[in-house]
Design a protein around this ligand. Sequence first.
Ligand code: NAP
Length: 305
Amino acid sequence: MKNIQLSNTGWEVSNMIMGCMRICQLSKSEAGQLIHTALELGINFFDHADIYGKTECERLFAEAFPMNSDQREKVFIQSKCGIRSGYYDFSKEHILEAVNGILSRLKTSYLDVLLLHRPDALMEPDEIAEAFDHLLLCGKVRAFGVSNFNPMQIELLQRSLPNKLVINQLQFSIAHSLLVDGGIAVNMGIPQSIDRTGSVLDYCRLQNITIQAWSPFQKGFFEGVFLGDKTYAELNVVIDRLAKKYGVTNTAIAVAWITRHPANIQVVLGTTNVQRLRDSCAGSDLALLREEWYEIYKAAGNTIP
Ligand SMILES: NC(=O)c1ccc[n+]([C@@H]2O[C@H](COP(=O)([O-])OP(=O)(O)OC[C@H]3O[C@@H](n4cnc5c(N)ncnc54)[C@H](OP(=O)(O)O)[C@@H]3O)[C@@H](O)[C@H]2O)c1
């Protein structure tokens, strides 16, 4: 397992994250087995959100993995807040209330990282800063980050904060590669050139903000897995050939395509399957050749001008 330094913290964290959005599909013992497999594989970072499983995922995690203080200190637990039913809410009152709920469900006294889940168009940075300040001072959260933010939204929020934001969690996979698309086809008249991200990948590198890639195996917005998908026939031929070359599964190659990027991206794995978790981790430290990375990108239907 490859470890990276989490930006602006000095913490050594695994570049694979166990994403917990789907764990409430599992029984308590299955969830426990998945978590323990993750730990055995060297994963020390777990991603939650207050809304996953309508709060049940956090609850199940704590039941399946009751931690004493020694175990708690060895892992990094992150959760998110700010999405409510039909709207976003970054008010101080909601952030504080959400964190209390998260901590009680996870049965822990602190979160390592709290992310604001999706940008609230009505966000007031000074109010968020007050909430963060309170959470930091009372020891409930150690560090803060965002998710699905563009650079200007980060700038706007950061201006009110005394400490640097450490993470921006964004969707990124071979089949959802908008983070690199615009940069590869700058200033061309093709759809790939349209910058839908505000160059957030380059911005986060410049600001030393760690990117976490969610939905590493999904096409579109939860439209299914691209591995083995006939509409990605050319891509799958390339991936399968490279899997054979490196002696790993296609799952590992999909992960390696993300970890090959020099931004030191953490991959948020959503699998609930123990074997797929093992297969994914084989991509943690697999360094694809530069030409292989581009071949995969092209086979996914993208242009390399
Ligand atoms: N910040 C955000 O806005 C945001 C949004 C969404 C998710 N997230 C985070 O990111 C994590 C990952 O998201 P995700 O679950 O959508 O990502 P994912 O890992 O791309 O997708 C996982 C799903 O794909 C299935 N799958 C993966 N490979 C497969 C294959 N080869 N064949 C068949 N099925 C396969 C898994 O089934 P099995 O369980 O059977 O393996 C599971 O249902 C979440 O847990 C959450 O922590 C964050």
